[in-house]
Design a protein around this ligand. Structure first.
Ligand SMILES: [Zn+2]
Ligand SMILES: [Zn+2]
Length: 128
């Protein structure tokens, strides 16, 4: 079931869905200013909620955001991305056993695993 979104959340999500590349908050704002969103705070507030429901993921190293293309994405806290160094395209990785792997790896160091955010850099299929 689609969670109900506010107008601002829908506008921000649409801007990200329309983009081939991840967008920073100010790029999002630039794209949607005509639709009545005027402040970065409005963008950040919408992003917080969209991230919470798994519709958007944050790419930490690029300080940017990407719309999730997968229905029922489980990656609310842990995310894994392939980031192309040529075209900046970002591909979400869906490997459900990664959390298990990191859990086991952490246990070996007597470390309590909670989440992970993986960003893997290289060249995508369109660029190589
Ligand atoms: Zn996702
Ligand atoms: Zn590429």
């Amino acid at each position: 079931m689609e969670p109900s979104l506010t107008t601002n959340q829908k506008i921000v999500l649409q801007a990200l869905e329309a983009s081939e590349q991840p967008l920073g908050a100010y790029n999002i704002l630039f794209n949607i200013e005509k639709k009545g969103i005027k402040s970065p705070q409005q963008v950040y507030r919408a992003l917080d909620k969209l991230i919470e429901i798994g519709a958007v993921h944050k790419i930490e190293s690029l300080n940017s955001y990407i719309a999730c293309k997968h229905k029922d994405c489980k990656a609310r806290e842990s995310t894994s991305f392939l980031i192309c160094q040529e075209c900046q395209k970002v591909y979400e990785v869906h490997e459900n056993d990664l959390s298990d792997k990191f859990l086991k790896l952490s246990q070996k160091s007597n470390f309590k695993y909670s989440t992970h955010n993986l960003e893997i850099f290289g060249i995508c299929g369109l660029c190589n």
